[in-house]
Each structure stands twice: as C-alpha cells, then as structure tokens.
Design a protein around this ligand. Structure first.
Ligand code: AMP
Ligand code: ZN
Length: 467
C-alpha cells in the first residue's frame, strides 16, 4: 500500500509520490533548532516526529536525504550574545553540542546534512539578490531589505498558501522587521537586516551594506542549495506555519519561479500537564531535567511518539512512568525470543509487519502501530508460555520485530549481565583451559555461542558479550 500523509498545503491526506521519476529519492528538510538555549521537550517532540518520518520512509525503501539546519544567528541569539558579552560562535557551538547530545539520547538518527545558517550567508545574499532583480524585494530607508508582498502577488504568485490570510486589513508597504509576528500583521518582512549598534560584531558585508539575514531567508537558502529549488517534503512544528513557512514559500517561489515544496507536514504542539510550557509555571522541561529525574532517553522517546503527530499531546510525569512499564513488557518478550533464537536467523513472518505498515501508511497512525506491537507482545508471550517455540520460530518473530523497531527507534534495554548459569559455564571453561582440556574448553565456547554469547578477553579477564 502507498503511504498517505496529510499535506498542509492541500489541507488533505494525499498519496505520497516523490518528485523523482524513479520514485526512489526523497529530499526532506526539517527546520532545526534555534541555538539560543537548551531545547525543551516540546522542541524534541517535533524532532522525534521528523526522525520517525525519516525512518518510516527508509522502511518503505526510499533513498532519503534528510536535512536539518542549525539557526545560529537570529534576534534571540544576538540578544543573548550581547547580554553575555560573548562571541557568536562560542555561544552557539556550545548550545549546538548540547542539542546533539540530547538528540542522541533520544535515539534520533543524525540528519544527513546539518547546515549552519552562518555558513550559508553567500547563498542567502544571492537569493535576496534574485528577489531584488525581479523587483520583489526593495531597500527601505533604514537600509534593510524587505520582501514586497504586493509585488509578489502582482506577478501572479500566492501569498497565503499554507495559511488563509485576510488582505483587506493590510496596508501596502507596512513593514515588520522582527522574525516572529502574528498573521494579523501581514506585512512586508525583512530579508536582510541592516546593521544596528545592538548587533555588536555580528554582521556580514552585502551589496546593500553591512547587516545580517532574517530568519526566514536562512531556511529558503539552505534547503534549496542542498535539495534543489523544488523538493519533496518540508517539516516543522505547527507554530512555524505562519509566518516562517509561508515566508519560505514566498521567498523561494519568488526567486525561482518554481514550486518550492510538494508536501508540508506539521507536528502539533506539546503541552505539559495541560498547559503551555513556561518557566514561570514551573512546567518547563529540558531533556536534561527529565534525565536527572531518572528517566531514560528511550522512555522519553516512547512517550513523545505515543500519540498522533497532528494531535496536541499532553506530557505528564505519570505518562513517563507508563512508558517505563510499556517498554519493560516489550523488553521482556524480546529478551526471551533472543535467548531462544540464539544465533539462528530467519526471515520475518507473522502479522506484525503487515498491521504495523497498514497503520503507518495511513498518515503515520501510531496508535494503530503500537496496537499491533502490543498485540504481538501478547501473542508471543502466549506462544512462549504454552508451546515449545523453536529457535527458528523465535528468530522469525524477532526478524519482524527488528524491522518495526528500526522505525520506532526505541533501541534495547541496556546490556545486562549474562545469566548466572552462563557465567558458571564461562568459569568452567577457564578451569578447563587451565587443565589444558582444550576440547572441553572449545565445546563450552561453542555452547555459549549457540546461546548468543561470545567470550571477550578484557584486562580484567574474560567476560561474556551478547552477539
Ligand atoms: P525553535 O528552536 O524555537 O526554532 O523550535 C524548534 C522546533 O520545535 C520547531 O519546529 C518548533 O515548531 C518546535 N516547537 C516549539 N515549541 C514546541 C512545542 N511546545 N511542542 C512541539 N514542538 C514545538
Ligand atoms: Zn525554517
């Protein structure tokens, strides 16, 4: 079955058909973090969502190029740099590193390309130059360059593709210079912000004088440079629909004269205990806050993935405790199957894969997908309890699980110690070697291997490691 996704552009669920005539290559861009502070778990809901989309496309056999930018110059960052008397790169690199540590802890795959805005300034200047040439951008008296919505609409282009807008209220030539604004204030927005004293030493030379790029142009320049003027899929949190993504479309289509993105997917927001996260309400969590409470990255990932991406999700600490027991049920079942399968391999069989795929194909219906997983756990446990599951059968069950797990990305429980009876065998082998009974020692090594463990020599002596 074909994958179907809700496209914000058409406001409907559509079949996913990549632009590639061979139907294989997919370009996907997700707006990355603004590295002004530690990312919070709301941000991570969006990045885990992007990771699941990428993994599912891989599962479906697409050759995906996943790009995520780092916004390392923007209004909030400049304020922080100025307040702290810091160098821009020193400040942003530290936040960037923390972001990737968190992303790893959540089991997210690294995007294939991770462009930093400050390393694409020439591309941004070139893009603004094109808009100037086409008469869609203009320089205001403050020397900043603005995007003219009136000129853009005048060439038959549509402003308001993702968001319905009321132009009656708009006064031609009204300008907005900040990166974030409400749709009520539809106005010409800044592409290049002329240098002001508060910018300190954060500025670049341009044909229009020193300054810095606006936030929106950053994503247009980086995505088109790395994925082409038209690409398949663009993701982000729902708050980015307007103005950020609307402005990305306007800048890109205004400059290239071609459609920018075929499918737009937006993840709904995360609330904490029913409320918007805010420091003053004391319900503001970074990933680090939750790890410090003793929860693991995979428990947090599980919870963030437990509801449909287009539904607002209410994050609670009880939810995390629930995630812990849900994962324990999966871990226990998978561990038993591994023990039985030993080194046996097999191809996937059973209902799990088909049920999982049917659900995920329908706009990433994770509720259905988790339903398939937990029914599989229950059925497997029943089989394990009531019949002799052969190594081959266990291996086939595991093979299906491994494919599903490659999408869910919850990984395995931390490697535990080998069971006591295997440790006893290891000791017996040591004794046999000492007594020069190499036949017995080799037989024990083979027996351990058949059970899925290899002997590793370490400075502290031999230990058992899972195959
Ligand atoms: P930012 O670093 O602020 O640019 O945000 C990074 C990503 O997190 C964007 O895609 C936002 O849409 C998303 N985001 C911000 N707040 C939340 C939230 N409470 N829930 C889910 N996603 C969010
Ligand atoms: Zn963006």
């Amino acid at each position: 079955m074909a994958l179907r996704i809700f496209n914000t552009l058409s406001r409907s669920v559509q079949d996913f058909k990549p632009l590639d005539p061979a139907g294989r290559a997919v370009g996907m861009y997700c707006c990355g973090p603004t590295v002004h502070d530690f990312a919070h778990i709301g941000n991570f809901r969006t990045f885990v969502f992007a990771d699941v989309v990428r993994r599912y496309l891989e599962f479906k056999g697409y050759a995906i190029t996943h790009v995520m930018n780092i916004t390392d110059v923007e209004d909030k960052i400049i304020r922080r740099v100025r307040e702290g008397g810091l160098k821009l790169a020193d400040f942003t690199r530290e936040r960037e590193k923390a972001f990737f540590d968190d992303l790893d802890a959540l089991g997210c795959k690294r995007p294939h390309q991770i462009p930093r805005a400050t390393e694409f300034i020439p591309e941004m200047i070139a893009l603004i130059g094109k808009l100037m040439e086409r008469g869609i951008a203009y320089q205001a008296p403050d020397k900043s360059i603005y995007f003219s919505i009136e000129k853009y609409r005048g060439c038959g282009c549509t402003y308001g593709q993702l968001q319905k807008l009321n132009f009656e209220e708009m006064r031609v030539g009204d300008r907005v210079s900040s990166d974030e604004y409400e749709k009520e204030s539809v106005a010409d927005f800044a592409l290049w912000k002329a240098r002001v004293p508060e910018d300190g030493d954060v500025f670049w030379e341009s044909p229009w004088g020193p300054g810095r790029p606006g936030w929106h142009i950053e994503c247009s320049a980086m995505s088109m440079k790395l994925l082409g003027e038209t690409f398949d899929l663009h993701l982000g949190g729902e708050d980015l629909v307007f103005p950020h993504h609307e402005d990305e479309i306007a800048q890109s289509e205004g400059a290239s004269g071609r459609p920018f993105v075929k499918y737009w997917m937006h993840g709904a927001h995360l609330l904490v205990e029913g409320k918007k996260m805010s420091k003053s309400l004391g319900n503001f969590f970074t990933l680090r806050d939750l790890l410090a409470k003793g929860f693991s990255g995979r428990e947090i990932r599980y919870l963030l993935m437990s509801s449909h991406y287009r539904e607002t999700f209410n994050f609670t600490i009880e939810g995390l405790t629930g995630a812990r027991s849900a994962l324990a049920r999966i871990d226990e079942c998978v561990a038993k199957l591994r023990e039985l399968a030993g080194t046996q391999t097999s191809s996937a069989s059973g209902e799990l894969l088909s049920r999982f795929t049917d659900s995920m194909d329908e706009d990433l219906n994770v509720a259905g997908a988790w339903g398939a997983v937990f029914d599989w756990v229950r059925d497997s446990n029943r089989k394990l309890a009531t019949s002799d599951v052969s190594a081959e059968q266990a291996a086939a069950m595991l093979a299906s699980w491994n494919q599903v797990e490659a999408v869910l990305g919850i990984g395995q429980k931390e490697e535990s110690e080998a069971p006591a009876e295997l440790l006893a065998l290891l000791e017996e082998r040591q004794a046999a070697r000492k007594a020069k009974d190499f036949k017995r020692a080799d037989a024990i090594r083979d027996e351990l291997k058949a059970k899925g463990w290899v002997i590793e020599d370490t400075p502290k002596g031999p230990r058992l490691k899972k195959l």
